[in-house]
Design a binder for this molecule. Structure first.
Ligand SMILES: [Zn+2]
Length: 58
């Protein structure tokens, strides 16, 4: 039952802010999809998403 436990854990953390645990929302920032914390206090980016935003600023 280890696998099932791992999946449960993943579902629990999926789309939740790793910092405060609130649900994450998808937002558009310069046409790049980013994850915003429920309180809009934290912005979570994947490394390639940051690259795309920086590229669009050049
Ligand atoms: Zn948060």
């Amino acid at each position: 039952m280890v696998a099932a436990g791992k999946r449960k854990l993943k579902e629990l953390h999926f789309m939740h802010c790793p910092k405060c645990g609130l649900k994450l929302c998808i937002a558009d920032y310069d046409m790049v999809e980013v994850n915003v914390c429920g309180g809009f206090k934290d912005l979570w980016l994947e490394a390639n998403e940051l690259d795309r935003i920086l590229e669009s600023k050049q």
